[in-house]
Design a binder for this molecule. Structure first.
Ligand SMILES: CC(C)(COP(=O)(O)OP(=O)(O)OC[C@H]1O[C@@H](n2cnc3c(N)ncnc32)[C@H](O)[C@@H]1OP(=O)(O)O)[C@@H](O)C(=O)NCCC(=O)NCCS
Length: 177
């Protein structure tokens, strides 16, 4: 687990696109998934890593030279929810799902927020993304609100899960960065 570097941007964009196409097929419109422009995502990623825009920090999990997972964390902008931080994104290569890497990445993200003085966070998940919801629930959060999120012109129901006590999450996960 380490901080993302600018030269990771292409690989992170590929991991994210692979993960979207595998996890969101049947949830997000096929046209949108098939049209994902990985190089455009990589450019955006490069800008974000460079500027840490909006206080967002990226961490990656690697397996030798291969990046296998990416997580982004930052402030929570949903001001109606009393949680200071947000796990903005967490995406793993489908070939590396269900090996404990997601749990490890979430714990590293929580640790990174704690180091910034942020002790609570939310994670927004599409309601139909049932494996990701089970993942959140396994890490001891609770559902805090429901919204919609528009992707590819379609409004999709979304759930925000919340962890009010990140030191407790890291202690229970028993993993540190
Ligand atoms: C969701 C995701 C980040 C989870 O990471 P992961 O490395 O696969 O999950 P872990 O191996 O750390 O799993 C931890 C626990 O979560 C639960 N879990 C994870 N995936 C699950 C699944 N597909 N079905 C049921 N439970 C699951 C289990 O309780 C698991 O513990 P166990 O394996 O000891 O039973 C990863 O699968 C992924 O990238 N999915 C696609 C993208 C996505 O949906 N991102 C979240 C949207 S914001």
């Amino acid at each position: 687990m380490r901080h993302a570097r600018i030269e990771d941007a292409d690989e992170i964009a590929r991991v994210r696109a692979e993960s979207w196409r595998a996890a969101y097929r049947g949830i997000v419109p096929d046209d949108y998934l098939d049209a994902i422009d990985v190089s455009e995502w990589a450019q955006r990623q490069r800008r974000n890593i460079e500027s840490q825009s909006a206080g967002i920090v990226s961490l990656v999990a690697d397996d030798g030279d291969l990046i296998v997972g990416w997580v982004a964390l930052g402030p929570n902008w949903m001001t109606d929810l009393p949680y200071a931080g947000e796990l903005c994104a967490i995406y793993l290569r489908p070939s590396h799902w269900r090996r404990g890497i997601g749990k490890h990445l979430m714990t590293a993200a929580a640790q990174s927020l704690i180091e910034r003085g942020v002790n609570s966070m939310i994670l927004r998940v599409l309601t139909e993304n049932r494996p990701a919801r089970r993942y959140c629930e396994s890490l001891g959060d609770s559902l805090v609100s429901e919204h919609t999120y528009t992707i590819g012109g379609v409004s999709l129901p979304e759930i925000a899960y919340g962890w009010p006590d990140l030191p407790d999450l890291t202690a229970r996960a028993g993993v540190s960065e």
